[in-house]
Design a protein. Structure first.
Ligand SMILES: Nc1ncnc2c1ncn2[C@@H]1O[C@H](COP(=O)(O)OP(=O)(O)OP(=O)(O)O)[C@@H](O)[C@H]1O
Ligand SMILES: [Mg+2]
Lengths: 246, 645
């Protein structure tokens, strides 16, 4: 039932996750093909953010496996996983509020030691996100939500990741910024970075995704190429079902 | 010349000795008071305040770094300061190292201690309940302090500064080489720290982790390494601070530790927990407030000003003077503070049998010594009942519970001595006074949560002891109260060990029964609801202040009665009879038994009082044992012997 390509970059297989007694994931299997944008849709509390945390090693699954580029991530710490080439744009951005915009972006390159190339990449970010140029020395916490999203994305790119995981990157943004963010995700992807994103807004996400999964109270209820899912009446049903459950 | 400066100057030449600057209470200088206010002495007080502030800053900055990264108040910081002072003593007096080398040796050795604490004391607790690391640092501080005491004896030692004994005129005041050294070390450390945080990769990691730990990990920051760095730096600064203070007063002793922790915590919280520049400003402010307070009211008021400053800041600006509203609230809900567990069910008949055995014990040929030990256990049991209600059932982890003993003891002693109230009634009066006054004193901190409750109660406990010390017309000040009449009931004096035993046992049993009833009542359920989720509890319409008051009234009564009985048993009490060590002992008892667990509180008291006797452990090793017990419990059985309720 999954939209799989022969050699996925990221694969979750048979993941079961618990918070104390409460089970959040039931036998979850998701694959992200190299170079693709894969979207995880679902209503509130369906377990989307927890999926991100599983990938990043912030939460450990009780059973199941997570592999990246063929190697298991189970048992690795978050910093180790980041060093393998996965960057993240967390839910609600989570910038370092008291550090400057420049420092925030450079924090993204924390795992790198090539200073000169990092400096070049910072310049590249400023062409990709031109608005941040005037804001570099400003406190990150003082930016608007949309600007913060830009910083978070620039920060994630600075590690030169092979894959970026994003948790609801359009949440709380004005329509103008939503379009901008989606466009940027596409640009990033075209430069060769695979993307796994969590979204509540199905119609937006399906615009740019290659494949999508629909999560409902911890179970994948639907998956396939984004094109096919966009017209599938069950997407709306399943999706709305998830919202009602929340 | 004001006597304060005189005391300071003379100590420099080694003829007189002053205890550590942070330990005003109980110092011989308590009898001195200073009201001179010429311009030159004011300048002296300002200089003194800033110098002492520098010393506090070295401690507080470390606390702020650690709090920033781990959201932990490191109660072992003062012990590292103590260790630093003694390492300095070994270096100077035994190895004759020159001053620069001494500083390096102290910083390095203290840093190693800090790294060991982080690695073996705290890292294993990463995934435990929020209170576990806090309790662990308390246990570690007991262990370190006792190890220093056992190694070097509790007697004060002189720590010569190796600097020439001259003073320069600056404006109207004077300043000596040691003042300059302390200022220099303070400024250099601040500069180094600034450079580290701003320009080094590890420094960036520290800042990022203290703003958002999870996000920092997602940037590839290894939080364990950050923690290590922070503990190493904090310990190095704290150790050097202890050494400098030892030199400043040419004296070191083991009482320095707790006072340093308290002062550092005050400075840090005043500046805004986790805020490094705030900690520096808070420290200087604290130094000045104390110095001016001493100038106007005398040395014995030094600490009073420190703790009043803390309480005022906590009440008016709980996040400190320099915390901004945008900072995430530093505490999670209280619910995550207590280790959840299923309490051990003890059948009623077993309790009845145990109670009966203890009740008839004096009929058997048991020694006076056994009865004496058990009397102590019952008195501690009452205190533990009180604390387990407040800390366990209500979730307000109090570190100042001995103050309730003191209030009860003084009230009962004074009622019977000066007003000739019969002792039985006086003890009840002590309980009532503790309930009323204790609740009143704690009420400003009702809106605080988690660690802040612990800090506030610690401070309030110190304030009570300092008020007792200074309110001479009522409490007889440092002389204490002697000739307190023995326990008596309906005109009969309780002199024989068995009668005292029965009296204390019955009182404790009655209190325990009442508390057991309370826990199963609707009120008890409300208490736990507030502990587990105060926001939800409030949403259901529970008034937090009212319930917290009720818990403290009930708990205050039990502790006050315990203190009252103790006063009549000891026949002499002073402001140090009931001290922080007892508060921590009570907390250990409560955790040993299981937070909130009534039977556990009594079992814990019997175990902690009785076992050292059974194994005939020498008195000087006991505190060490208590510290180790606390550490082991936190690590391996946070729910205690009988489980939390
Ligand atoms: N740290 C935690 N401890 C306990 N339960 C948690 C924790 N984090 C999440 N949960 C629970 O797990 C479930 C899934 O949470 P998750 O954050 O993954 O959902 P989500 O799909 O991202 O929701 P949203 O759309 O609101 O972001 C929810 O019921 C949530 O309450
Ligand atoms: Mg989410």
């Amino acid at each position: 039932m999954t939209a799989s390509t022969p050699e996925p970059l990221l694969a979750l297989s048979g993941v079961n996750t618990f918070y104390g007694q409460a089970q959040v994931h039931f036998d979850l299997s998701i694959t992200v093909a190299r170079g693709h944008i894969v979207c995880l849709l679902g209503g509130n509390a369906s377990g989307k953010s927890t999926t991100m945390k599983i990938i990043l090693g912030l939460v450990k699954p009780r059973s199941g496996d997570v592999t990246f580029d063929g190697a298991s991530l189970i048992g690795l710490t978050t910093p180790q996983i980041v060093r393998r080439g996965i960057a993240s744009v967390p839910e609600a951005r989570r910038l370092f509020a008291d550090m400057s915009v420049r420092e925030n972006i450079l924090m993204g390159a924390f795992v790198r030691n090539d200073r000169d190339a990092v400096a070049q990449d910072l310049e590249r970010m400023l062409t990709l996100f031109p608005k941040l140029g005037q804001r570099l020395s400003q406190r990150a916490g003082s930016l608007s939500g949309g600007e913060q999203q830009m910083v978070a994305m620039a920060r994630a790119l600075m590690s030169r990741p092979r894959m970026i995981v994003m948790d609801e990157p359009t949440m709380g943004l004005s329509p103008l910024y939503v379009d901008r963010v989606l466009e940027l995700i596409r640009t990033i992807n075209q430069e060769g970075v695979s993307v796994f994103m969590v979204e509540q807004n199905a119609s937006l996400a399906l615009e740019i995704a290659h494949e999508a999964y629909v999560l409902q109270t911890g179970k994948i209820v639907l998956s396939g190429p984004a094109r096919a899912l966009k017209d599938d009446p069950r997407v709306r049903d399943a999706y709305l079902g998830g919202s009602e459950a929340a | 010349m004001p006597s304060w400066s005189f005391a300071r100057a003379s100590s420099r030449s080694g003829t007189a000795s002053r205890p550590d600057p942070t330990a005003g209470a109980g110092a011989p200088a308590a009898f001195l008071s200073t009201r001179g206010s010429s311009v030159s002495s004011w300048l002296d007080y300002t200089i003194n305040g800033l110098i002492v502030g520098n010393v506090y800053a070295l401690v507080a900055v470390g606390l702020a770094l650690i709090f920033g990264v781990s959201r932990l108040i490191n109660f072992a910081q003062g012990s590292i300061y103590l260790v630093g002072a003694y390492i300095g003593w070994v270096a100077v007096v035994q190895l004759h190292t020159p001053l620069p080398l001494t500083i390096i040796v102290v910083a390095a050795a203290a840093a190693i201690v800090g790294l060991i604490i982080e690695r073996f004391g705290l890292r294993p607790l990463q995934n435990s309940v929020r209170i576990a690391p806090l309790l662990a640092t308390i246990g570690i501080s007991f262990v370190l302090d006792q190890l220093v005491m056992l190694t070097f004896s509790p007697n004060p030692r002189a720590l010569p500064s190796q600097l020439p004994d001259v003073r320069f005129q600056v404006g109207g005041g004077t300043i000596g080489p040691l003042d300059l050294l302390i200022a220099g070390v303070g400024l250099t450390s601040a500069l180094l720290l600034f450079v580290f945080l701003r320009y080094s990769k590890l420094g960036w990691a520290v800042r990022a982790a203290s703003q958002d730990r999870d996000a920092a990990m997602q940037m590839g920051v290894d939080v364990n390494r950050v923690n290590q760095a922070v503990f190493g730096i904090a310990a190095a600064l704290g150790g050097v601070s202890g050494m400098l203070v030892g030199m400043y007063y040419n004296q070191i002793d083991t009482a320095m530790s707790l006072q340093a922790t308290l002062k550092g915590v005050v400075a840090e919280v005043v500046g805004g927990a986790g805020n490094v520049p705030g900690a520096v400003i808070g420290s200087l402010l604290l130094g000045l407030v104390e110095s001016y307070g001493v100038a106007v009211f005398g040395t014995s008021y030094r600490n009073l000003f420190a703790f009043l400053l803390l309480v005022v800041v906590l009440v008016l600006r709980p996040n400190g003077l320099f915390a901004s509203a945008r900072q995430a609230p530093p505490e999670p809900l209280t619910g995550t503070f207590i280790a959840p567990s299923r309490p051990v069910r003890i059948p009623r008949w077993a309790l009845a049998v145990a109670a009966a055995i203890f009740a008839i014990l004096p009929f058997f040929p048991v020694s006076f010594y056994v009865l004496q030990t058990l009397i102590n256990a019952w008195l501690l049991g009452m205190l533990a009942l009180s604390l387990t209600l407040v800390a366990g059932t209500m979730g307000q982890v109090s570190l100042g519970h001995a103050a309730l003993l003191a209030i009860g003891a003084y009230t009962s002693a004074l009622l019977s001595l000066t007003l000739n109230v019969p002792v039985g009634l006086a003890v009840i009066g002590g309980g009532l006074m503790s309930a009323a006054l204790g609740t009143l004193l704690i009420s400003p901190s009702f809106r605080l949560r988690g660690h802040y409750v612990s800090i506030a109660t610690l401070a309030i406990g110190e304030i009570v002891s300092l008020v007792i010390l200074n309110w001479e017309s009522v409490t007889r000040g440092p002389i204490g109260i002697s000739g307190i009449p023995p326990l008596s009931l309906f005109g009969y004096d309780l002199i024989s060990p068995s009668s005292i035993y029965w009296f204390s046992f019955v009182v404790m049993a009655v209190l325990a029964l009442l508390q057991g009833r309370l826990l199963t009542s609707h009120l008890g359920r409300s208490f736990r609801a507030i502990r587990d989720d105060d926001i939800a509890a409030r949403a259901y319409g529970l008034s937090l202040n009212r319930y917290k008051s009720l818990a403290f009234i009930f708990g205050g009564f039990a502790a006050g009665v315990s203190g009252g009985i103790a006063a009549h048993l000891y026949s002499y009490i002073n402001h140090e009879t009931f001290n922080t060590q007892q508060s921590i002992l009570a907390l250990t008892v409560v955790i040993l038994g299981g937070l909130g667990n009534v039977v556990g509180a009594i079992v814990g008291a019997v175990a902690l009082v009785g076992l050292p006797e059974v194994f005939r452990i020498a008195a000087e090793y006991r505190i060490l044992i208590y510290g180790i017990v606390l550490l082991l419990l936190v690590r391996f059985r946070p729910q205690g012997l009988l489980g939390t309720i």
